[in-house]
Design a protein around this ligand. Sequence first.
Ligand code: DX5
Ligand code: ZN
Length: 212
Amino acid sequence: MPALKIAPSLLSCDFARIGEEVRAIEAAGADLLHVDVMDAHFVPNLTIGPPVVAAIKKVATKPLDCHLMMTDPQRYIEAFAKAGADYLTIHVECNAPIGETLAAIRKAGVKPGLVLNPDTSLDAARPWLDQIDMLLVMSVWPGFGGQKFIAKVLESVKAARAAAPNLDIEIDGGINEQTAKEAIAAGANVLVAGNYVFSGDYAQRIKSLRVA
Ligand code: DX5
Ligand code: ZN
């Protein structure tokens, strides 16, 4: 299994002080910065777009892991690549032609990834497992931070780890000290955490996920 990485979700940071928050979370030990992009169509919420990603990039030293909760992500690849995204993950449930969009992301110089909603079978992603740099398994329904972990997605994580022993497998939603243990045991190695990390001492919370 690849090395464990902690990816705090900036969705839970103080947006009025985003630059300071990025510096603080990196100093606290973040390995990746998870950026939740919501288009008010694929999910009801509306959040961060390319100009804000570009602003984050000015202060960030860690890679930007941009999670595109978008119906038509293929229309925004260039914009997010220019803004400085290091990873662009697209939902397998979106409207884009998946293979073409993953190829376009790579062509733009960005690492492509696929995301599965809690009810989507790993089978939906299997055809592309060798074309992606990260598989993200959602452990809540996308749209909002601070929701309760859906334990049954651990079955998808296990199946994904069996199918792709060297792939970065990320889990997103409801991660805390306890659910992190379960996720790691199932085979996840990239842990997204928003509410948990940003509602306490950043360094202590990140450390607690690492020792889980
Ligand atoms: C949910 C987002 C998550 C979210 C995680 O739509 O994709 O990244 O911010 O937040 P917590 O850790 O608070 O569940
Ligand atoms: Zn996310």
